[in-house]
Design a protein around this ligand. Sequence first.
Ligand SMILES: Cc1cc2nc3c(=O)[nH]c(=O)nc-3n(C[C@H](O)[C@H](O)[C@H](O)COP(=O)(O)OP(=O)(O)OC[C@H]3O[C@@H](n4cnc5c(N)ncnc54)[C@H](O)[C@@H]3O)c2cc1C
Length: 494
Amino acid sequence: MPQNIVIIGAVALGPKAACRFKRLEPDSPVILLDKASRIAYGGCGIPFYVGGDVADIAGLQSTAFHMVRNPAFFHDLKGVEARPDTEALAIDRAAKTVTVRHLPTGREETLAYDQLVIATGSSPRRLPIPGMDLPGVHTVGNLDEAEAIKNAVAAGKANAVVVIGSGFIGLEMAVAFADMWGLPVTVIEVCDQVLPGVTNPSLAGIARHHMEEKDVVFRLAEQVTRIEGDGKAERVVTNKGTIEADLVIVSVGVSPNSTLAKAAGLAVSDRGGILVDATMRTSDPAIFAGGDCVEVQNLVTGRPVVLPLGSMANRQGSIIGDNLAGGDSRFPGVVGSGACGSSTSAWPAPGLTLEGARSAGFDAVSTQVMASEPGPFYPEHAPDVPGAGGRARHQAGARRPGGERLRRRPGRQDQHRGGHAAPPADLGRRLHRGSGLFPALRRGPWTFERPRQRRRQHPGRPQPRHRRGGLRPIVGRGRLLRRLRHRLPRTAAR
Ligand SMILES: Cc1cc2nc3c(=O)[nH]c(=O)nc-3n(C[C@H](O)[C@H](O)[C@H](O)COP(=O)(O)OP(=O)(O)OC[C@H]3O[C@@H](n4cnc5c(N)ncnc54)[C@H](O)[C@@H]3O)c2cc1C
């Protein structure tokens, strides 16, 4: 019997769940709503749009066949009713309805559902400091913000950039400004290394050194206290000094958007992630949730974690689509791996850092393997650059607002074509497919923190996977990768 499906949030998980479900149950109506006006885009491509690799913002919404994923696309090709500019205000679980408001007109409506999906994602964290609201200060969370940043740069309004935070997104944005636009960029990081919590200090040092060669300046172990300016951002003040900047990017992590779920009485963790089971059902069996707004299990530590990655959102969307149609697909959890890079280097993070492993109770050691790709016999091999994955294969052109033509090495997207680097992705997916992170892991340099044995016991915590056999010392990349593949459950590696 046809059932009404309502999906709140239409970027990664929402569209995936909608389309998967429609393939299984074409006769059931699906409403996919989002308060934003642009839907179904690849957030991962935002740094490439800002950096110019993707010239048109519609490129981030396009399919491989250059069709823009707009409401007409969803209606005509997928049979899904997509409603942008529509905010979900409240969920009435007893009546099984969602109250929504069409933002341009203010008109409110009540939508009935048989099953509901919450795909409200996450929002960039803001710093509780004076000056956050000055013009010229941006977070990077959606296409509107990306467009505002790119417009400012393209209009020549940005002469000096400060990026606050050196996680994946902060570094990718810094590369975009320095590599493509040739702007002076300073990255300020409160920790004493870049990619904190993502990789270990030695690999982080290589990443930093590599970006310093592109004239990116790093100020580590420094805390931003305020942003100052006369009507717009002009300088960033830290506990150690002042940096002139008319464009400030605040990239200090994200928080799950779980207010709606919490107000509806669904179980939400202290960290703000909606609690779901392996079928992605919330504490209400008629309501699913997934993507950046939920907590999932880390397969190594057995602990819950919020892992805001598009690759995970897509996989969970597919699982939710199955289960909406009565299936029993399961999401087993994550390893927590990722990768990012610049023109000539990739910095994969294969899961826990050494500190992360130790704080999870493992007696862990860290091993670093230096490798390069392509192999040393290739003419393009560039062994002299630490972390280099081979010299650039071609030059990509770009134009600065003044008209001066810039030459630069290919960005990460170019590397993808050459099979080099990968966007942040989870090992479970990437290793199995032999794509994406796989070449990034092969090419290194990378560090694998090996959980050796448990130091402390935590009663009640699910058994970590390594206890059933244990990861052995790394003796070779091939062996490690084979082991990891076998270790991952089939569903994780689909
Ligand atoms: C700059 C950048 C680079 C990234 N790079 C990568 C990468 O390389 N690899 C990777 O895997 N991931 C990357 N990510 C992360 C990835 O984009 C996200 O993990 C993914 O988009 C999450 O999808 P989602 O559907 O869960 O939520 P989101 O993409 O956050 O979408 C949630 C949507 O819900 C809407 N919404 C929220 N509340 C309501 C409401 N009450 N009513 C209606 N609509 C609502 C929001 O407007 C939003 O459009 C990147 C993200 C950014 C910002």
